[in-house]
Design a protein around this ligand. Sequence first.
Ligand code: UT7
Length: 333
Amino acid sequence: MSELRGAITGVHTSVPDYRLTNRELEELVDTNDEWILSRTGISERRILKGVDQGMTRMAVPAVNGLLEKTGTRPEDVDLLICATVTPDMQFPASANIITDECGMVNAFSFDINAACSGFIYALTTADMYIRSGRYRKVIVVGADKMSSIIDYTDRQTCVIFGDAGGAVLMEPDTEGYGLIDHILHTDGAGMQHLHQKAGGSMRPASHETVDAREHYVYQEGQAVFKFAVTKMAEVSEEIMKRNGLTADDVAFLVPHQANKRIIDATAHRMGLDDSKVMLNIQRYGNTTNGTIPLCLHEWEHLLKKGDNLIVSAFGGGFTWGALYLKWAYDPKK
Ligand code: UT7
C-alpha cells in the first residue's frame, strides 16, 4: 500500500456553442487572422451569449455530466472547490451556487482565485483535504466567462480569451496513483502587469470606473509573456527533475493554454515532442480556469492508468506552478 493521495477519477466539460472566429474579430478591432494565429496559435474561441448568463451556466452542466459519467450521487460529494476569476457574483461563492443547483446537500464549498493557475491550486487543495483522510469525494471545477471582463476594443487582449468550464472528481488512492508532487508559486509584484482595476473594494463600480473601462482585464502582454515563458518552463523542468523523470517517462504535458509560443517553449525545455503536448488553444483560446480540464477531457480516451502527466500553468498574480500526476484509470469502454 502506498501513501494516501487524491486521484482524478473522472473529468467532464461544458463549452458554449457560439464560435468567435478570428475573422469576426477583424470586424471589431484592427487585427487579422494571420497575426492572431502566428502570435498566439488561436483560430477561434467560444463565447457564452445571453442575458444573466454567468460562469455557473457552464460549470453546472460540466459537474452534472461528471456526476453522471462517474456514477456519483450528488449527496455523496463532500467538498466542491471552484477555481474562477469571473464568479457569477462578488458573493456568495460560485461554488455554493453549483453545489445547490447540482443537489450536493452534504457538501461544503468555496472558490479559489489564483487567475490562470487557479485550477492547479484547487487540485492541490483538494488533494490536501483527501490526504487528511476526512474527505472522500471532492469535485474541482475550473470555469470562466472571460468575455464578461474583456474589452472588445482592446486588440491585445480580446483576441486571446474565451469562455469554458470543466470539472474533475478526486477520490482517495493508496495504490501509487494520483497527485504525486506539486510546486506552486506566487509573486504579487506581478500585479502591475495584469489585473482588473475596478470592481473590488479599492475601486468600487462607479460611472467614472465604467467610463474609464476599468472593469476589463488590463494586461501588458509582453511583460506577462516574458515572465510566463520563463516560469512555466522552469517549474515544469524542476518537477520532472526532482521526481527523477526523463522526457521518455512523461506521457503528456498538460499546459495552461495562454499562448502557443509559451507552451512550445515549455515543451522544448522538458525535451518533449509535439505528440506529448495537449494543445487545443486553436479552438478555445485562453479560457483561464477552463484550459486544463478542457485538455484532460479531450485527451481522456488516450490516457492510461499509470501515465505520468505534468500539469503546468502561469497566470495573473503572478501565480504559477506544476503538478506531477500519475493517471489513475484506463479509458472507459
Ligand atoms: O494566461 C494568463 C497570462 N497571460 C499570458 O500568458 C499572455 C502573455 N502575452 C501574450 O501572449 C502576448 O504578449 C500577446 C499575444 C498578448 C501579444 O503578443 P506579442 O507578440 O507580445 O505582441 P506585442 O505586444 O509585442 O506587439 C507586437 C506588435 C505591436 O505593433 P508594433 O508596435 O510592433 O507596431 C502591437 O501593436 O503587434 C501589435 N499587435 C497586434 N497586431 C494585430 C498587438 N495586438 C495585435 C493584434 N493584431 N491583435
